[in-house]
Write a protein that binds this ligand. Structure first.
Ligand SMILES: [Mn+2]
Length: 424
């Protein structure tokens, strides 16, 4: 299904009066409101192709119906999101789940929805039908050079698919590691992984980035070969200037200070991209901002500070992507919530009085420094985010309109109740 522009216009008209009332405070009281709105309009968050179907846990999966059955339908779903919020104008594809059979046609379809192709994701964490060698004991780290070669070739194939679509980044996330003490020679696993990554890096086009994602544990539960930002930073540094670290918010040990990690990586010019989600315990892949919105704000505070310090463009310098999985929610509703939470945290970070914050720090005024951050975090920036959407042609309240139009029911009508999207 496709949204008609009159549907969005009707919705916006019905909310216009109350929206303008809430916005008035900003236009009258806040000096940089226009700048913030402009930055929000530019800021796009890529949607992963695997987040459009219902996510499962290792205990089961409860499909919600109307899931996209093909890459074309996945693009259609992101087209719906983008029409509603005008902030989801990119898709991150996963190979082999989403191999485009006709790249030109797929590119054209994406362009119709205003969607570009963000980072491509390879998959050597599961075996595919017909695959000669198994990744049971790792891929790029495997003791058998033939398995490593197979995994390297897969990554190069992913680059080729990305080139055909106009992508310019490859994200490598490895499940490689070990489940039991003694299983793995850590040093050799690290070196073998580096060799394999170097082979992939050699095939990377000059204007591409390689994003090395780390994860503390799972599916391997004793060690992960790229287990933390330090390991990823080491690989990215050894590989060269096109390699960067990718931070997935759920891939840390509990209570890790992610904002500090982000600040250092950005300063070292090695932060390449983000996977947003939220968690209470582990890699829960919950809706961004649903559990720890203050952490999300603190991360954005460092991002804005670090990007500005280096004179970088907020919207284009890093890869911004959601990486979440939805077991009990309608995936599209969940994605609307995640995008909104990310925009709110970003807008709040833009509000921080950085001059005053630095003065407080220089004066060791701990209380004042905390007050400055919390002042921004406790400000209701929803009217600003809504105004950015409105000006970009989106809906003032995307989720409300999604429900009002019965989008999910219509998708079920088109696609059926038993459809299952490719993915985990
Ligand atoms: Mn991720």
């Amino acid at each position: 299904m496709q949204l008609e522009s009159y549907q969005i216009a009707d919705h916006n008209n019905s909310l216009q009066e109350s929206h303008q009332r809430k916005l008035a405070y900003w236009t009258e009281e806040v000096a940089n409101a226009e700048t913030i709105i402009g930055k929000l309009i530019d800021f796009q968050i890529a949607i992963p192709s695997w987040a459009l179907g219902t996510g499962g846990t290792r205990f089961g999966r409860f499909a919600g119906g109307g899931e996209p059955r093909s890459l074309e339908e996945k693009l259609g779903d992101i087209g719906l999101l983008h029409a509603l919020n005008q902030s989801s104008g990119a898709i991150s594809l996963h190979i082999p789940w989403d191999i485009p059979t006709d790249p030109e046609a797929i590119k054209q379809l994406a362009a119709q929805y205003g969607i570009r192709f963000d980072a491509m994701n390879s998959n050597t964490f599961q075996d595919q039908p017909g695959q000669p060698l198994s990744y049971k004991f790792g891929s790029l780290q495997h003791v058998d050079p033939a398995v490593r070669q197979q995994a390297v070739e897969h990554n190069i194939e992913v680059i080729r698919h990305g080139l055909a679509l106009g992508s310019d980044a490859l994200t490598v996330w490895l499940a490689d590691g070990s489940c039991f003490p003694g299983q793995l020679n850590f040093r050799k696993a690290f070196e073998r992984t580096l060799d394999s990554l170097q082979a992939i890096y050699k095939a990377l086009p000059d204007d591409w980035k390689m994003l090395v994602e780390y994860k503390a544990y799972e599916p391997n539960f004793y060690s992960t070969t790229i287990g933390d930002w330090g390991s990823s930073f080491l690989y990215a540094t050894k590989l060269g200037p096109k390699a960067y670290t990718l931070v997935d918010l759920g891939h840390h040990l509990p209570n890790a200070n992610i904002e500090q990690i982000v600040a250092i990586l950005l300063n070292e010019k090695k932060l390449g991209g983000f996977h947003f989600n939220d968690s209470k315990y582990g890699d829960d892949d919950l809706t961004a901002g649903s559990v720890k919105p203050y952490q999300l704000f603190l991360i954005f505070n460092e991002l804005v500070d670090g990007l500005d310090a280096r004179g970088l463009n907020h919207a284009t310098s890093l890869g911004w992507m959601i990486d979440a999985s939805h077991n009990v929610k309608d995936p599209l509703e969940d994605l609307l919530q995640s995008v909104e939470a990310i925009q709110l945290a970003y807008a709040q970070a833009l509000l921080v009085d950085r001059v005053a914050l630095e003065e407080a720090r220089e004066a060791n005024d701990v209380v004042r420094a905390q007050e400055i951050l919390q002042e921004a975090f406790r400000t209701d920036v929803r009217p600003l985010v809504a105004e950015a959407r409105l000006r970009a042609g989106g809906a003032i309240q995307p989720l409300a309109l999604y429900r009002q139009l019965n989008v999910r029911q219509k998708l079920i009508g088109e696609r059926g109740t038993k459809t299952i999207a490719t993915g985990l």
